[in-house]
Design a protein around this ligand. Structure first.
Ligand SMILES: NC(=O)c1ccc[n+]([C@@H]2O[C@H](COP(=O)([O-])OP(=O)(O)OC[C@H]3O[C@@H](n4cnc5c(N)ncnc54)[C@H](OP(=O)(O)O)[C@@H]3O)[C@@H](O)[C@H]2O)c1
Length: 317
């Protein structure tokens, strides 16, 4: 399996690492105790949002392919249990969109029935053309997600960015949105996304980054670190392609030294060890996969030498 981009240079990695060590911390889940150190088994890796200093668990949950249109009660209950497990394990971040079929309504109903809205950190999107159409869509999202406030509202895929940023910043002023963001996922959008990040007063950028597509390492991630913008990583498993590529293969011995015992942890720890990354949002409908993904927040992260070995391993598959 080949990669599209050169690796982060050692000089850049050390420079970026120094920046993140200053801000990156481990925190005991639910207790609020912070320290700059390696985590132990009970501690989860938390990352600060640069614009506020708020700490969030560095793995959350995506809902694009997985949460829309549950066919029956069993399907809904399974998704509800995924959210329950995320919160039980110490995760909080849930990313959704009004264009993920009825995922917002499923997330809203699940959080409502669980009585756990206040424990979740909700990110959704404006995903339509036209300023008023965006405002109407936001109104529907508040209703479907059964909440008066989003932690993060993002312009989806750079669609009508100028018009929607005005609305999102107004909602932020009114206290109905805590953070403003913009998303994309295509490599071809990396430059326009970086330019939009530099132009607008955003707190978050969401982009694709995984062991197959590392194109954001070139400009977007260093620029986000420089400006102090949080990075949310979508498609961390290449939509499952990384699992298919490693199916039946043994995890390399060297990765066990930094706590990797599953492929999910291998792929996530690679992403999380980039100092610009704030949170990754893998999608799943399986509670045991949520446990696995949150497990990537325990133990140390790979250093640059280990990151190089991880990439070589994937390239040689
Ligand atoms: N432009 C945008 O804003 C944008 C674009 C794309 C995606 N996103 C966001 O990013 C999220 C993640 O992307 P994605 O869901 O498309 O792809 P992904 O997270 O890269 O991969 C999801 C796949 O990985 C599997 N999986 C998850 N955890 C696993 C584990 N521990 N072990 C084995 N398999 C596991 C899932 O299967 P199971 O269900 O069987 O676990 C699913 O097939 C989306 O849900 C969405 O919220 C945003």
């Amino acid at each position: 399996m080949s990669n599209k981009t050169p690796r982060l240079s050692r000089k850049d990695f050390l420079k970026l690492s120094a920046a993140t060590v200053a801000g990156g911390m481990m925190m005991t889940s639910g207790v609020g105790r912070a320290m700059i150190s390696q985590s132990t088994s009970s501690e989860l890796l938390m990352r600060p949002i640069p614009s506020s200093g708020e700490m969030i668990p560095a793995v959350g949950l995506g809902t694009a392919q997985t949460f829309g249109q549950p066919q029956n009660d069993d399907d809904f209950n399974q998704r509800k249990e995924v959210i329950n497990t995320l919160l039980n394990e110490g995760g909080t971040v849930i990313d959704t969109s009004p264009t993920y079929s009825n995922a917002e309504a499923v997330v809203g109903r699940a959080l409502d029935e669980l009585g756990r809205r206040d424990e979740a950190w909700l990110a959704t999107k404006t995903s339509i053309s036209g300023k008023q159409a965006g405002i109407d869509q936001n109104t529907q999202s508040f209703s479907d997600l059964k909440t008066n406030k989003f932690e993060l509202l993002q312009v989806h895929n750079l669609r009508d960015t100028e018009a929607h940023m005005e609305t999102i910043l107004k909602l932020k002023e009114e206290g109905r949105v805590k953070y403003a963001g913009i998303t994309h996922f295509r490599e071809s959008a990396n430059d326009p996304l970086t330019d939009a990040m530099l132009k607008h007063p955003v707190d978050f950028i969401q982009c694709q980054y995984n062991m197959i597509d590392r194109s954001v390492e070139q400009r977007l991630l260093p620029a986000a670190l420089e400006k102090g913008v949080a990075i949310m990583i979508n498609v961390p498993f290449g939509r499952g392609r990384l699992f298919r590529a490693t199916s039946g293969k043994d995890i390399p011995e060297f990765a066990k030294e930094f706590g990797v015992d599953t492929w999910g942890k291998f792929f996530l720890k690679y992403i999380l060890s980039h100092p610009a990354v704030t949170v990754a949002i893998p999608g799943t409908v399986h509670p045991h996969h949520v446990v696995d993904n949150i497990g990537a927040l325990r133990g140390r992260l790979p250093d640059q030498g280990e990151r190089d070995r991880m990439i070589k391993f994937i390239e040689n598959l």
